[in-house]
Design a protein around this ligand. Structure first.
Ligand code: SAM
Ligand code: SF4
Length: 522
């Protein structure tokens, strides 16, 4: 189901746009690697949950003075870059930042590997198959590097935060020139320079999280929807998950910086923003001198003249009443809530260290539905967690029905080196896990199809993102509750919110016709 849903989503052609922010503070460009020594332990440390758990509330500095060094400002002129992104929205947004930095260095983007002078693989470590894909791609790119020794081939993102991955690349894939971690993105100009002039591989991976760098340039993927990071890292330490090690501790951006970015996006014509974080509900918990949470931030953002505001991802544990109260006011705060549950069994949730039970999750859902009767709920589920019994899996199936999730990202548990769950013996055979995933996906498909059917004959507001890749005469976009709609309409509708009458409901999308005389809803 996930693949199907993703394929549908990938069918929309978007237009590029550039976006920049600026600010001022202590000069970042004057810093060298030595200044960052507090983060830099040799080159990297293996993920170590015990060490990570001990991390404290060390002060996080916010910098507003990112700049490209003079000698790197035009180094990319006449050259091209290509960034291949794997994994979540965080990575997609990091790619927008790296594209922004390379563009400021004079590079142009290309989607042709043969024309690229720099190729970066922005990787995901969440499951083994994500990693395998990247290693496959590193292998495919080898002939290109042999043909063109000046090509800079880099690996960045979550995989490069892992020692085993760095070792494997250095030993078996020596054609990779550059490896850098998730905390080193703003160092890209320096890293590219080193890769150009150094004979050895350049590796820069900080084991400790870095500061918050505010004024990084961005080349956003589209002109209609934009990602806005509100926080970085994760301190939840779910026992299966590598993220607290690859992304570091929770660090919230200051509200004024987020508000300024959203205002700027609204003024630039963006129609929808998605607030990003691994656990956005923990927003503000790291502020020492003020009580300010996601509910407060959303309330302030709701006053900005931008039609749609979403957020992802929510952790059920930090979803508080204040947030529900603010979301219930509606307006530009949309009532689609992605609330990953992971399992329907309290015992499995305990072993996952999720810090809620089936009952408390259902209680939260009840509260949300009471405050927002039309809210759409979607989720993430892992099947085949070590030693998950048939009965525990059945609890996930009944929870799926009880909540009435309209979509779910479903995964077979994948052991991640360095996480507590990976050290556990597991008595569930892979065949059984696959069978569970199959049954769960059948149920997810059924519930999605039923939810779609309810829209038949209805008129919905669609934010039109672009043409369908399958058929340029068909336009595509999303409803407020995140349903993909394909319909025939004029190209002038792209970038606008239009009324579409639904004529046909499929499992993962809706077909419709644009209603005449649609006036843009702002
Ligand atoms: N922070 C979010 C949360 O807690 O809900 C999720 C972020 S994670 C990038 C996205 C999803 O990947 C998780 O919700 C979980 O379902 C899945 N995931 C994470 N680690 C996994 C693992 N080791 N095996 C299988 N799925 C995993
Ligand atoms: Fe991973 Fe999400 Fe748990 Fe953080 S809250 S450890 S990102 S699953």
């Amino acid at each position: 189901m996930n693949e199907e849903q993703r394929k549908e989503q990938a069918q929309i052609n978007q237009v590029d746009a550039a976006d920049r922010k600026s600010g001022q503070d202590k000069p970042l460009h004057e810093k060298t690697s030595a200044d960052f020594a507090k983060y830099f332990e040799t080159t990297y440390q293996p993920p170590n949950i015990n060490k990570a758990r001990k991390r404290g509330r060390e002060e996080v500095d916010v910098h507003y003075d990112f700049d490209i060094p003079e000698d790197m400002k035009s180094i990319g002129e006449g050259k091209k870059f290509l960034i291949r992104t794997y994994g979540c929205q965080m990575n997609e947004h990091d790619t927008e930042v790296m594209a922004g930095i390379l563009t400021e260095m004079g590079y142009e983007s290309t989607d042709d590997t043969n024309k690229a002078d720099i190729i970066l693989l922005n990787t995901c470590a969440i499951r083994e198959n994500a990693e395998n894909k990247v290693f496959g791609e590193i292998g495919h790119l080898k002939p290109l590097k042999l043909e063109n020794p000046d090509l800079i081939l880099g690996v960045c993102g979550c995989m490069s935060q892992q020692e085993s991955v760095v070792n494997r690349i250095m030993q078996k894939h020596q054609h990779v020139d550059l490896i850098f971690g998730t905390h080193n993105i703003h160092r890209l100009p320096h890293l590219v320079k080193e890769a150009m002039f150094s004979k050895a591989n350049v590796v820069e991976v900080w084991s400790k999280e870095g500061d918050i760098i505010e004024n990084l340039p961005k080349v956003r993927r589209g002109k209609v929807k934009a990602w806005v990071n509100i926080m970085y890292g994760c301190d939840k330490f779910c026992t299966y998950c590598i993220v607290p090690m690859t992304r570091g501790k929770e660090r919230s951006r200051l509200p004024e910086d987020i508000i300024q970015e959203v205002r700027h996006l609204a003024a630039s014509g963006y129609k929808e923003i998605t607030l990003l974080g691994q656990n956005v509900n923990a927003y503000g918990k790291d502020f020492e001198d003020t009580e300010y949470g996601l509910g407060d931030l959303m309330e302030e953002l709701s006053k900005i003249d931008i039609p749609r505001i979403r957020f992802t991802t929510s952790h059920p544990r930090d979803f508080d009443d204040r947030l529900i109260e603010v979301l219930a006011k509606g307006g530009n705060l949309l009532d689609h809530i992605h609330l990953p549950v992971q399992s329907g069994s309290s015992e499995v949730l305990r072993k996952m260290n999720r810090k809620y039970t089936r009952e408390s999750y259902l209680e939260l859902v009840r509260k949300i539905k009471k405050a927002m009767p039309n809210a759409t709920l979607t989720t993430d589920i892992i099947v085949g967690f070590p030693n998950e019994t048939d009965e525990q899996f059945e609890e996930t199936m009944t929870l799926m029905e009880e909540v009435g999730f309209e979509a779910a990202y479903t995964f077979i548990y994948s052991p991640r080196e360095g996480t507590p769950a990976a050290a556990r013996k597991d008595d569930v055979p892979m065949e059984v896990k696959k069978q569970r995933l199959y049954r769960l996906n059948e149920l997810v498909n059924k519930q999605s199809a039923e939810a779609m059917k309810a829209y038949q004959g209805e008129t919905v507001k669609v934010l039109v993102e672009g043409e369908s890749k399958k058929d340029p005469d068909v336009l595509a976009g999303y409803t407020e509750r995140n349903k993909l709609v394909n319909f025939k309409g004029p190209k002038s509708a792209i970038g606008k919110i239009v009324n579409v009458k639904i004529t046909d409901a499929k499992t993962w999308s809706l077909d419709g016709i644009m209603v005449e005389n649609t006036v843009e809803v702002n």
